[in-house]
Design a protein around this ligand. Structure first.
Ligand code: DAH
Length: 346
């Protein structure tokens, strides 16, 4: 190695350093010159082969070259670090597409409640809620449900242990339907009334694919002078078409509820087979979706309305059932297990 070699090396390091654009590239370049078997090491070991008088100045030049390379590396390292700061402090590659965040959304039951309430709000109904802990009076007595009615049985209603010492009708329970809110509304307001009541209800049922000890209902009622069964039919038809589609058919089957007279169970034509008969509708072509009727005069008496003056209709439906029919869900437990694979589909 001679003095000329050192000059050539100087020229090439000044060119090469500009082309380096990454820290990995810089490290490779450092090894090429300053590594144990690098160019500087080769220069230094060649000193012994030089004539003695050239050795000192060659050694100085080699040292100067080494210093130059070291300072070039320091400078480059700093400029690379500023250019690609995000890479170095762990933000990842800023050029990659972003990672979408998982957004939460409303539970399917809440979505169905909102949809149904929306339809009734459009018809001029207002929303009212009531407490989940009710008196036996509001849940049964005022609704004309006699003392011996099986739904009052402890096997069909959760009674609270802490009880009022007052008359038995003041006993407390977890409401078994949303109908007691009819009583609360009528006691606190005057007709005309058009109200819907979404909410949780409780019954001591063993949990299986179609039963749960807690589920949701929507109650609806309208009270004024001259409200007729035709009003009930018109309102429910708008509701059912809104939820299940314009081409469904509806039928009213005579039924019995203590708080309505006459009473009916309402069916829609099967949304799966369109009425032909399939396993979902048990070959009947019809699916029961709610109970309804004209509010019983005895209920009006309990809340202080004159039965000679006012008439009204009422209806009540189970939200889980509506949601299961609407979306083809075959197990009510799916709503309460919070499995994200299920919930994310809505
Ligand atoms: N409360 C009834 C139930 O839980 C449903 C119901 C039927 C409500 C008829 C009503 C009605 O308002 O008129 O099974």
């Amino acid at each position: 190695m001679s003095g000329i070699d050192i000059k050539t090396i100087e020229t090439s390091i000044n060119q090469e350093i500009h082309q380096i654009d990454s820290l990995q590239g810089l490290e490779a370049w450092r090894l090429k010159y300053l590594g144990r078997k690098g160019i500087i090491a080769q220069l230094t070991s060649s000193i012994s082969q030089l004539p003695p008088e050239e050795r000192a100045s060659f050694g100085q030049k080699a040292n100067a070259l080494k210093d130059r390379i070291t300072s070039l590396i320091d400078e480059k390292q700093q400029s690379l670090a500023t250019d690609s700061a995000p890479d170095q402090v762990g933000f990842g590659d800023i050029h990659l597409p972003g990672v979408a965040q998982d957004l939460g959304h409303l539970h399917p039951i809440t979505q169905v409640i909102d949809e149904i309430c929306g339809i009734f709000l459009g018809l001029g109904f207002s929303i009212m809620e009531g407490p989940e802990i009710e008196t036996e009076y509001n849940n049964f007595t005022a609704l004309n449900i006699p003392l011996e009615h099986p739904s009052r049985d402890v096997f069909d209603t959760f009674y609270l242990k802490t009880q009022n010492p007052k008359p038995k009708t003041q006993n407390l329970l977890l409401r078994s339907h949303t109908s007691p809110v009819q009583v609360r509304a009528m006691k606190s307001r005057k007709p005309p009334l058009a109200i819907i009541v979404p909410g949780r209800v409780y019954r001591p049922d063993a949990v299986d694919a179609s039963h749960s000890f807690m589920f949701h209902q929507i109650e609806g009622f309208m009270v004024d002078e001259n409200i007729t069964f035709a009003d009930l039919k018109g309102v429910l038809e708008i509701f059912a078409r809104g939820v299940f589609g314009q081409d469904i058919k509806m039928r009213f089957r005579p039924h019995f509820f203590p708080f309505t007279e006459p009473s009916a169970e309402v069916d829609i034509s099967c949304i799966i087979c369109k009425g032909k008969g399939c396993s979902i509708c048990s070959r009947k072509g019809w699916l029961e979706i709610l109970g309804a009727g004209m509010i019983h005069p005895a209920v009006f008496k309990h809340v202080g309305y004159k039965p000679e003056k006012y008439t009204g209709f009422a209806f009540g439906m189970g939200i889980e059932r509506i949601a299961m029919l609407k979306y083809g869900i075959n197990d009510i437990r799916l709503f309460f297990e919070n499995d994200l694979r299920f919930l994310k589909q809505f």
